[in-house]
Design a protein around this ligand. Structure first.
Ligand code: DX5
Ligand code: ZN
Length: 223
């Protein structure tokens, strides 16, 4: 099994400690910064806008893992500077231009994933499996950090991994997002997940523990 990757949820990283966090991430060779872009319509919350993302580029070279939680993402993708090496996820739901979104992200040289809300059946992704790099599975209702994982989503990850094998798409990655504790990362890795969004449930859980120690702990269970 390939090693799992970690994507730090920046909506959980308080701004007053941003340079400390980035130094810890760099020290630990963290793979991605997870950027939740929310429009207050697809989800009842707002998060991480264009200016924040532009500023963050100036202070780090760690690739971005964009997660667009917005209605009709196509137009909004172009508001951000998407680069080669980044990963870009938009939702299946409330998106009438999925093919155009896939093409846009690919043109930018980034990897492309489609996200599914907890209650969305993964079979809807069948027409896209040969065009995308992976699937992001929401483990909580999208919109807010600090929620409890919906237990049925754990089986869903396993079912998606089996389904991808059956369809000869076992190269696709599965990213899991929402309440990813160290223990849940271990379990979900065994069930076939590859990228783990680490937010208030892990990296930013306890301010007494250095973030690089938390990254080491997570790495230990996804190798
Ligand atoms: C939603 C977010 C949240 C969150 C992850 O897309 O990515 O799921 O920041 O951190 P937790 O759930 O651990 O607070
Ligand atoms: Zn997210």
């Amino acid at each position: 099994m390939n090693k799992g990757k970690i994507s730090a949820s920046m909506m959980c990283a308080s701004l007053d400690k941003i340079f400390y966090y980035l130094a810890e991430f760099k020290k630990s060779n963290l793979e991605f910064l997870h950027l939740d872009i929310m429009d207050g319509e697809f989800v009842p919350n707002l998060a991480l806008g264009t200016d924040y993302v532009t500023s963050l580029r100036r202070i780090t070279e760690i690739p971005f893992d964009f997660h667009f939680l917005v209605n009709e993402p196509l137009k909004k993708l172009s508001w951000f500077d998407i680069r080669k090496g980044d990963q870009v996820t938009f939702h299946y739901e409330n998106n009438s231009e999925i093919d155009a979104c896939i093409d846009y992200v690919k043109e930018k040289g980034a990897s492309v994933l489609i996200a599914l809300n907890p209650e969305t059946d993964y079979h809807v992704l069948k027409p896209y499996l040969n065009k995308i790099d992976g699937i992001l599975v929401m483990m909580v209702s999208p919109g807010f950090a600090g929620q409890k994982m919906l237990p049925f989503t754990i089986n869903k990850v396993e079912q998606i991994r089996d389904y991808l094998e059956q369809k000869n798409n076992s190269n696709l990655i599965i990213e899991v997002d929402g309440n990813i504790t160290i223990e849940k990362a271990q379990l979900l890795y065994q069930k076939g997940a590859n990228v783990f969004v680490a937010g208030s449930s892990s990296l930013f859980h306890n301010s007494e523990v250095p973030v690089s120690d938390m990254i080491d702990k997570m790495r230990d269970v996804i190798k």
